[in-house]
Each structure stands twice: as C-alpha cells, then as structure tokens.
Design a binder for this molecule. Sequence first.
Ligand code: MEV
Length: 341
Amino acid sequence: MVRISAPGKVHLIGEHAVVYGEPAILAAVGLRMSVEAEKSDSIRVTGSKIHNDIEWDVQETKEFAKNIEKLWEESDRTKDFSKLFSRVKGGIFKKAIIGTALNEFGIDSGITLNMQSDIPTSSGLGSSSAVAAIIIKAIADAYGISALLEKVNEITYKCEQYVHGNPSGGDNTAVVHGGIVWFERNLDGGANRIETLQREIPHKLHGFVLAYIKRPEKSTGELVSMVRETDPSVRDPAIKAIGEAARKMRSALRERDSEKIKSLINTAWENLRIFGLSVPEADDLIAKIRESGGAAKLCGACGGGMMLAYHENPETIKNIIKEAGFSPMEVELGVEGIRKE
Ligand code: MEV
C-alpha cells in the first residue's frame, strides 16, 4: 500500500490576473488531503466526504477519460465549457483523474483508493488540484512507476482543465511543489515561469488569517468565464493593476513590509471586486478588517469561499472575524508539497 498527501494552496495575491499571464504568488497551506492506494483488478474509491463509495470498470474508466479529453478539446475550440462542467462533477471528476492517470502511465489494471481530506472543497484552497495530484502520484507509486514531480504536475494540470476549462496552472504547481511559489503562465504555450521563493523569503509568513465565508454559487470555471466576458476596456486595466500589485508584493514579503503588504492586498481586492467576485457577507467583513487597519480579500476563484486577511497583529482581525460570526484559522503557509507518507 502507498500513502500520498498534498497540501491546499492560497493565493497571497494574483488570482484571476494569472490566467492572463500576470504573476501570482501562491503559498501551500498546512491543510492536507491524503490517499491510501493499492493495486486492484477494478477501481474503487472510498472515504470521500462529497460522494458515496464508488466502483468502476478499468477499461470503461480509461475510455471515459479519453472521451472527456475530446470533450475538453471541443469545448476549448468553441470556448464553451458548459457541457464539460456539467459532466465532470463530484465523484465523476475522480473517474476522469484515474482514467487519465492509467492512460498516461500505460496501466491496464485498477486501483483501490481511500481518501481523507482537511481541505474544504469550493473554498479557493485548491482542493481539485490536491485530489488530482495525490491520485496521479498514488497510481504511479502503486505500480512502481517513478514519475517526476513535473510529470505529476503536467497530468494534474490536464485534469484541472476538465473542471476549470482553461486554468492558469498556478494552483496545481503550488500544490505539487509546495512552499511559496511565484507563477507566471506562458500564454504562447511554452514553459510557465515557476520560482520557489523559500530562499528569498526564508522567514515564516506571519499575520495571515483565513476564514470561510460561504459556498460560492458558481464554480471556478464559471467565475473565470465571468471575468473573461467582462468588457476588455474594464477588464484589462484591472488585470494589469493586480499584476502590478503582485510584482510589488514579492519585495514587500521579502522585506516584511506590513504596510505595503496590506496596501497591495487591498489594491488586488478592489480590482477583483470590479468583476462582481464579492458577496455581501465578504464586503461587510472586509470593510471591518480594513477599518481596523488590516487588509483582506477573497481567495482563488472568489465569489465566496475562503477569505485571506492580514494584520501585523493577527489577534485584531481574529476578534473581528469571530464577532462577525465566522471562524478564523491561522494556518501554516509555505508547507511541503506532494509527498509520500
Ligand atoms: C483559482 O484558484 C485561481 C484562478 O486564478 C484561476 C486559475 O488560476 O486558473 C481564479
């Protein structure tokens, strides 16, 4: 039996703009998802919080994954992912991941997977990347295939496309590599720019607090499409402003300049709000956090999910979050990426 785990991720800055080639800074968070895997004749998935135990036939699952790949290609051509998104949901996403991994590694047999997770779904914490990454690595390891992290990341990205359409690749990279990651998507299809910032930012990131606001009504793919469909005269300057804030954030984090960190988070959020990515509950809470001298924004695709708040004295914002009826979480940032347990 093999046991693999991966962390969730949080965007310190740069979500959405990263889809358009602007930089993002992501940190792997100290909430993990894990899987125990064993070779088998069929495919069996147990332990999920979002669906009952499931069993599939190996050949049918491999065929299913090929069809999903075709459907993605067709959706990408027509720029309409609605059919794909309505097909690849919940447990079916795992079927697509398993089939894709078996096809990629040339395996003609099955796998038994027992899942466990501390990463809330639909929260902006990269749970879809984490689930894909651990299943792919677990299948490779169970069959004695030594897959490089780059290969695991590449297949994870392919699976991310099935639920998010045309994602940047930042989420899967942070989850697989871990630490603090500078990510810039290559829009011409070449290699993305990925830098791990541990050496540059060796100190613990202090003062960041998470709070779950509410379940987003739209999926990541739908929220990304919403930004894409915004009039370019409004969209493009906002995307550029977020990218500029992300560039400045790198030195602010390095220099532990809390005033600058706060002002950059607030700038990024003001620009994300332009796209209608907030919800009233977040607006009220973020206003209170800002009044207290802190900064906050929603994370990932936004539209609800997790809020990331920052204050040099985190107790101040933890109290505000509690008074507003939410639960503050101080999680470790920059943790190890995917690993064998
Ligand atoms: C989702 O976690 C982050 C987005 O920037 C989409 C992406 O990077 O693919 C909204």
